[in-house]
Design a protein around this ligand. Structure first.
Ligand code: ATP
Ligand code: LTN
Length: 336
């Protein structure tokens, strides 16, 4: 990664929380794009473990989830030699800039975030301040690297808009400091829906395990979950209104095989939903199989993983410190 290349290529940043099993939704909506973008952009990726404690985590399971997420993303094709891939809590500039940005983010703006509203309903016993200010930390993640593009699922669009507003506000007060980032969304799979309630997004924190497919689920579990997927009584494999379940399965099939919805409809003309669900399950199993094999290799090689995330964190710190120093200076802090 020479300085020269860095200047020409656009910068990409994204992160995913290690808050449980990574799902097919995370993979099709975000991760698959992360992998594709690595050759054409200067990418940086992170495991957003600071974000994850906005919801209570069991220490032992949390530690394991962070490492699993790291190994799983590498198994999906993230290559830290190409794209620094680090653990958010290892790079202290994130928490520092988040505090600063909190002071340039309005209470009203944060109150409008649908993720905050959803999560405070789900975790009514723990509506902590971190859950509320979550988007300022996400803005810090992105703005520290002067990212041009942020590959995310549609559900994160609102947070990205807020990031842009915070950056524009700061630039307006202090002069040009932050690059204004754009979202980058998958053409198919940008919003994978729950298999049990296809009006809701597939979410790894859904208590109904049949609602989501985990990248580490066994093939027979994946098949079972697809066979149980909620559909409709129309019995025709085509995209249509009021056919949320089938629309979702067609979307998944399309994202996995690269076929268009019309091609999928043609393939299944005259066939029932049972056949279709089996075929979608099989296609997903085949997509995930090599990922699971690579995951098993990585997770058994902890020294290698550690070497990769350490090196990436050093690089990320060096890069992000430049932005943080600029910010502190502009605000008027005394240099250290
Ligand atoms: P949680 O259930 O803990 O809120 P999550 O499954 O929604 O987690 P996140 O860590 O919030 O996952 O999201 C990681 C990335 O995956 C984000 O870019 C997000 O937009 C994307 N993503 C999450 N769920 C879906 C989905 N159902 N379809 C497409 N993309 C998704
Ligand atoms: N909030 C994101 C995870 C995340 C993120 C980021 C995504 C944390 N920091 C920076 C993109 C850029 C989510 O997916 N729930």
């Amino acid at each position: 990664m020479s300085e020269n290349v860095q200047e020409k290529k656009k910068v990409i940043f994204s992160a995913i929380q290690p808050s449980g099993t990574i799902t097919l939704g995370n993979y099709l909506g975000a991760l698959k794009n992360w992998v594709k973008l690595q050759d054409d952009y200067h990418c940086l990726y992170a495991v957003a473990d600071l974000h994850a404690i906005t919801v209570r985590q069991d220490p032992k399971a949390f530690r394991q989830n962070i490492l699993n997420a790291y190994a799983l993303f590498m198994a999906c094709g993230i290559d830290p030699e190409k794209s620094p891939f680090f653990i958010q809590s290892h790079v202290h500039t994130h928490a520092e800039l988040a505090w600063v940005l909190n002071c340039y983010t309005q209470f009203g703006e944060l109150s409008r975030m649908t993720q905050f509203k959803d999560k405070s309903q789900k975790h009514a016993d723990n509506i902590n301040a971190g859950l509320f200010t979550y988007p300022s930390l996400m803005a810090a993640d992105i703005l520290l690297y002067q990212a041009d593009l942020v590959p995310i699922g549609i559900d994160q669009k609102q947070h990205l808009e807020l990031t842009r507003n915070i950056a524009e506000r700061f630039n307006g007060i202090y002069g040009n400091t932050f690059k204004i980032p754009d979202g980058y969304y998958a053409k198919t799979g940008a919003k994978v829906m729950s298999l049990q309630d296809p009006t809701k997004k597939m979410s790894k924190s859904d208590e109904n395990v049949n609602a989501w497919v985990g990248l580490l689920d066994k093939p027979e579990t994946i098949m079972k979950k697809f066979k149980r997927a909620v559909t409709d009584s129309d019995a025709e494999v085509r995209v249509g209104e009021g056919k949320d379940g089938i629309n979702n399965l067609i979307g998944i099939m399309s994202a996995v095989t690269g076929k268009t919805p019309d091609e999928i409809t043609a393939d299944f003309a005259g066939k029932g939903y049972g056949d279709f669900k089996t075929a979608v399950g099989e296609a997903v199993v085949e997509e995930i199989r090599p990922i699971q094999e690579r995951f098993n290799d990585y997770i058994n090689n902890k020294d290698y993983l550690e070497a990769q995330y350490r090196k990436s964190a050093e690089f990320a710190l060096h890069l992000s410190q430049r932005t943080l120093d600029k910010v502190m200076k502009k605000i008027g802090y005394l240099p250290k």
